[in-house]
Design a protein around this ligand. Structure first.
Ligand code: PMP
Ligand code: GLN
Length: 381
């Protein structure tokens, strides 16, 4: 059979590659972003209960209504947002799917989308499969903040959307109120949509407020705001999330969603409708994960790696210039094989492979895992 690839430049994702290598070499896996500690037993109990109570048939296409209502209440409580659960919230099988569906709902062939690099690796293929073009703007190294002058230059008549991701994967940088002002200046009076990837909404440290698009009605009117329960409740394997967007945008989003997934796993939606009311469960996440960041930073002082700052997400980046001058991919592979610690080379998050010789470490792990990893890293000279 002849097949013309729709994504000719795409290979296997770096997360799969590094996790496979970690398994092969029995390395401690600080690569792919997932916790190795258990999720809430109360929440797994609620899912079990939902299944026992026969909530096992299709949920409505936009999602289980009590869950959407609980999400609307949470948006009001956290961001003073007035969200209609009927017309503005759609439950999705994960945050990645929400981003894909948003892009698919709005993009026409030839459109341009502004993407900041390093970028979470699904964005650009999601744009290209829709026949549109990613216009990349580098975050400014080493702090990875947004250069708004560069964004201004990247905007053209074809710019259909801009993707914002805060807290940011892979760098742990976060946007500030000033970034919101700049985003406002650039989009005001245009037809540019915002795709806001806020899957790390509750993983933000040092008491920094999360700059959700939900806080800003003028920005929200042009936004698809994407979330992931996998990140909020330490269950990345659940692949459940949601998209909040104004009714007219949600209408188009659901046209894509209803013929792709139609509806998501019912028992976890029923369980989350109850569990989401427990504010402490999501509010306590920041300090819980921040402790891990701080512990990892402290442990890493015994190594020759130099860590950068991380203000959110599961991740912190670090350089290895005191150990080697190798490229980051070669170094990450050697580190997995020889030191027994898997990481992610940050060049994988750049379309052109830009290599600042930086690795991404996932610190959302048990203390013992972090200790075992750093013991190995300290011996690697
Ligand atoms: N965006 C970013 C930046 C992420 O790191 C992730 C985590 N994989 C996602 C989206 C997707 O989340 P999910 O697993 O719910 O699809
Ligand atoms: N978001 C996770 C990461 O950045 C992994 C997601 C995936 O494996 N696709 O590591």
């Amino acid at each position: 059979m002849q097949l013309q690839s729709k994504l000719p430049n795409v290979g296997t994702t770096i997360f799969t590659v590094m996790s496979a290598l970690a398994n092969e070499y029995k390395a401690v896996n600080l690569g792919q972003g997932f916790p190795d500690f258990p999720m809430s037993h109360e929440l797994t109990g609620l899912v079990n209960e939902a299944m026992q109570n026969n909530f096992n048939q299709y949920a409505p296409m936009p999602g289980w209504m009590p869950l959407r209502e609980a999400i609307a209440e949470k948006a009001e409580f956290l961001y003073a947002a007035n969200i209609n659960p009927d017309t503005e919230i759609t439950i999705t099988p994960g945050g990645t799917y929400a981003i894909y569906s948003s892009l698919t709902a709005i993009l026409q062939p030839g459109d341009e989308v502004i993407v900041f690099e390093p970028a979470y690796d699904s964005y650009i293929p999601n744009i290209e499969i829709n026949g549109a073009k990613a216009v990349t703007v580098d975050l400014v190294y080493p702090g990875y903040h947004i250069d708004w002058q560069a964004v201004k230059k990247a905007v053209t008549a074809k710019t259909k959307a801009i993707i914002i991701n805060s807290p940011h994967n892979p760098t742990g940088s976060v946007i500030s109120e000033n970034d919101i002002q700049e985003l406002r200046k650039i989009t005001e009076g245009t037809n540019i949509f915002i795709i806001s990837d806020e899957v790390y909404e509750h993983l933000i440290f040092d008491h920094i407020p999360h700059q959700s698009m939900l806080r800003y009605p003028d920005l929200l009117q042009r936004s698809f705001v994407c979330f992931s329960f996998g990140k909020t409740y330490n269950c990345t394997g659940w692949k459940l999330g949601y998209c909040i967007a104004p009714a007219a945008l949600t209408k188009e989003f659901r046209k894509v969603h209803q013929y792709n997934c139609f509806s998501c796993f019912t028992p976890s939606q029923v369980a989350l409708a109850t569990f989401l009311k427990n504010k402490d469960a999501y509010l306590s996440l920041s300090s819980f994960i921040q402790e891990k960041r701080d512990y990892f930073k402290q442990l890493m002082q015994s190594t020759k790696f130099s860590l950068k700052d991380s203000y959110g997400s599961y991740f912190i980046c670090g350089t290895y210039e005191r150990i080697s001058e190798e490229g980051d991919k070669a170094f990450a592979i050697r580190l997995t094989k020889e030191a027994g610690v898997a990481t992610i080379p940050v060049s994988a998050f750049y379309q052109n492979g830009k290599d600042d010789k930086v690795l991404r470490f996932c610190f959302s792990k048990n203390k013992e895992t972090l200790e075992a990893a750093v013991e190995k890293l300290a011996l690697f000279k």
